[in-house]
Design a protein around this ligand. Sequence first.
Ligand code: FES
Length: 268
Amino acid sequence: RKGLSKMSKVRVVIDGTEVNGQKGMTILETAKQMGVDIPTLCHIPGLTPSGSCRICVVEAEGSARLVGSCHTPIAEGMVIHTRSPRVLTARKAIVELLFAGHTGPCVKDGVVEACQLHVIAADLEVGPPRFPVGRPRFYPVENISPYVRRDLSKCILCYRCIKACSEIAGKNVYSMAYRGFSSKVVVDCDVPLNKEACKDCGICIDYCPTSALTSPGGTKERKQIEIEKNRAQASIGNQEHEMLLERLIAAQRELGYLSEEAMSAAAR
Ligand code: FES
């Protein structure tokens, strides 16, 4: 057992400090263990990594390319730099590219709020985007579902809603469709999200790193409004039913039978 635990240890150097990780751990997990913060957007701990946003890139000595820390496992002797000038330049460019497809301010529950992308941009001191909008990002806000409000102009195609819905909620409401600049998170064959397709678990809202998916005025409030409305309608229906019966009984007493006219009058 001693031999096995020795074998599973992996020695790496992160930002000049030597650290022992376990075989199978990613660079991100190892860095986190030693208190080194690497920004992430598409990553959800414990779920399948999509490696789609690239914001978590780091420099691994000997590798010509920067590597995504959320999905790259550590290897014995790796020397990693998480905030070298090359890494920071790349992260800034990635944020600018993401901003090119993330238009307007982020609004949650009617309040303008910095999303995770804005927070990372502020940390990296990224200025206004230099890149023009390269894909059709001006989608109308979709507010059909009583549970989820979708503003795809804010979507950064990070796959988090898709993974949270399938791997946590066990549903497959969302998927990625189209290609390149036209890529889009869709419901079924790109139809609006309605309450038949999606119930009120709200997991996709919790995991969306921007304001692309938000609660339309609070899920609980909306549900309560619907319940109250149904109750009110049911009670009006009951009252009308009772009134109709009373009039029919009165007509029966008076005439001894129910004539056509009496029934029409009662219905009116
Ligand atoms: Fe690693 Fe997105 S957080 S690729």
